[in-house]
Design a protein around this ligand. Structure first.
Ligand SMILES: Nc1nc2c(c(=O)[nH]1)N[C@H]1C(S)=C(S)[C@@H](COP(=O)(O)O)O[C@H]1N2
Ligand SMILES: [Mo]
Length: 531
């Protein structure tokens, strides 16, 4: 259309913005902004009406294909930042792709076509890339027809995203050689400037929305001080025996966790059973329930790490439910399916154990969303990953089902390994010479219990036995402490080791968290200062 490009007159040149001098820069900036807005829309859709979230799906694919050593390295380096960092990285990637696509558009869009047709072409290409390439690569199949939220929602999300991106790019980026200096150039510039300023607003809002969300994914479990507890094991830096819900560690694979209201949730018990059962939320709550205390630890908890907590749970045994449904011969595993497409399984024998529980209450509150509202499994003696949250279906199956993390090569049996941790004093804490302190921490060995904890202040040459708190149940950690008097200035290393209920000493062998959990003795250093 506007192929004829007269040299800009002096007046037009004066009024031109820097962006107009550099149409590529303009295209890249607009493309990046459009991608940021589209990405925020997708995040919003996933959070508010169960749209699909490509970043979530892609991150799950990544954890499935990156070599284990890399995964572990990232996890150890980034710890609680691993999840927000992954999402932030994927958002930046989307923004870069958006910038690149707009750049290509500004160079290669058919110049003879009307602008609306070019916009339509851009939409068709964006939609096709998302639906026919990115969707299958993300594991939800062509067009998203394998998405757990269904094809319609998947397509609605993809079309919305492509449309938002396209509208913005087509509105601000001229196809090639449409002159910015045509006869009425200065008026156009003015409008473009106003338009770009208006684009800045949704861009900043989108970026802020995503930044706030990314930051909310950062969770460092706190080992808060107990305050005014009367317990002799309550002193600075010691965790309380029962972890308040707000301090309980949180691990999930999700950027966005499932959220239910009381009416939208049901629980099915099916598979190899005589009578499949379905419970509503109310029926589930109405079952007779019992209260018990147990400790949960993540298999990816490093030596001395924070991913361990204890709560008072209320719920009912899985065994009763399975007996009600009638388990058929040939059943090997009981599988827990969750609303976030997470799955894990336990052997039938463990499913029938008296103390394998389904719980709906945590420290006298309904299970918080972060911890699996409305129902989760608590499986004694086994690392956290098998304690499936947001359960929607329990299935008796005839073969071993590999769970979400086992598909990523973590140990399938996942028994809790004996651990012990020094909490007090803090790493690097300064202790004035001549004062008395308590050294203390926690020790845990799943359903084997803890029988002894020892500390060494001379790197393992000599050991002294610690005082242990009464275990709150056979499934909890025990707190330990030992008095200390700072009689000599200098650095002090505290090493701790525990013995479990069977009499087995915690191994000193240092092993990384993958694939079965970290081992080794925890060591802390503090400093006695002479002033
Ligand atoms: N549905 C579902 N259940 C899940 C997970 C998950 O990502 N999805 N993560 C597991 C892991 S690895 C751990 S350690 C525990 C953590 O439970 P918490 O967040 O209540 O501490 O939940 C387990 N159950
Ligand atoms: Mo975990």
């Amino acid at each position: 259309m506007h192929e004829h490009t007269p040299p800009p007159g002096p007046e037009a040149a004066q009024r031109e913005l820097p962006a107009a001098h550099s149409p590529r820069l303009l295209a890249a900036v607009v493309g990046a902004a459009a991608a940021a807005i589209a990405s925020a829309l997708m995040l919003w859709a996933a959070r508010s009406w169960a749209g699909i979230h490509l970043a979530q799906l892609i991150s799950e694919r990544l954890t499935a294909i990156v070599p284990l050593a890399v995964f572990e390295d990232v996890l150890l380096r980034l710890e609680s930042s691993a999840k927000p960092a992954t999402l932030a990285g994927l958002i930046v990637l989307q923004v870069l792709v958006g910038a690149l696509a707009a750049l290509l558009y500004s160079r290669f869009a058919p110049r003879s076509w009307p602008r609306a047709l070019n916009a339509l072409l851009l939409f068709a290409i964006s939609w096709a890339l998302l639906s026919l390439l990115v969707a299958p690569l993300s594991g939800i199949g062509l067009l998203g027809h394998d998405a757990s939220v269904g094809l319609t929602r998947a397509q609605a999300t993809l079309a919305l995203t492509a449309a938002a991106y396209t509208l913005i790019v087509a509105a601000f980026v001229p196809p090639p050689a449409v002159s910015a200096s045509a006869p009425n150039a200065s008026r156009r510039h003015l409008m473009k400037t106003a338009g770009l300023a208006a684009l800045a607003v949704p861009t900043v809002v989108s970026a802020g929305y995503m930044a706030r969300f990314v930051r909310s994914l950062q969770r460092t479990p706190a080992t808060r001080e107990t305050g005014f507890s009367a317990s002799p094991f309550s002193f600075p830096n010691m965790p309380p025996a029962i972890t308040p819900n707000r301090d309980f560690y949180v691990v999930s694979k999700n950027f966005i966790d499932p959220s239910f209201d009381e009416t939208s949730w049901t629980l099915e018990i099916g598979g190899l059973v005589d009578t499949p059962i379905t419970f509503t939320y109310e029926q589930m709550l109405a079952r007779p329930s019992v209260e018990f205390i147990s400790t949960l630890e993540c298999i990816s908890n490093p030596v001395g790490g924070p991913y361990i907590s204890t709560a008072r749970w209320r719920g009912f045994s899985l065994r009763d439910l399975l007996l009600e449904a009638g388990i058929q011969p040939g059943t090997v595993d009981i599988a827990f399916h969750a609303a976030d497409d997470y799955v894990d399984s336990i052997p039938l024998s463990e499913g029938l154990a008296e103390d394998t529980m389904l719980v709906h209450t945590m420290n006298d509150e309904p299970l918080p969303v972060l911890h699996g509202f409305p129902l989760r499994a608590i499986v004694p003696g086994i690392f956290g990953m098998k304690n499936v949250k947001w359960i929607t279906r329990i299935e008796a199956v005839g073969e071993d089902i590999l769970g979400y993390w086992q598909q990523r090569e973590w140990n399938d049996n996942a028994p809790v390994l004996t651990m012990s941790r020094v909490d007090a004093p803090r790493e690097g804490q300064r202790v004035p010479l001549g004062t008395r302190r308590q050294i203390g921490g926690v020790a845990f060995a799943g359903d084997r219990g803890i029988s002894k904890v020892e500390v060494s202040l001379d790197d393992g040459v000599s050991w002294q036995e610690c005082e242990l708190s009464e275990p709150l149940s056979s499934l909890t950690w025990r707190l330990w402490k030992v008095p200390y008097e700072a009689t000599e200035a200098g650095m002090v290393n505290v090493t701790v080791r525990a013995t479990d209920g069977t009499g087995a000493l915690q191994t000193s062998e240092e092993r990384d968290i993958l694939p079965s959990g970290a081992t080794g003795w925890h060591r802390r250093t503090f400093e006695v200062t002479a002033s």
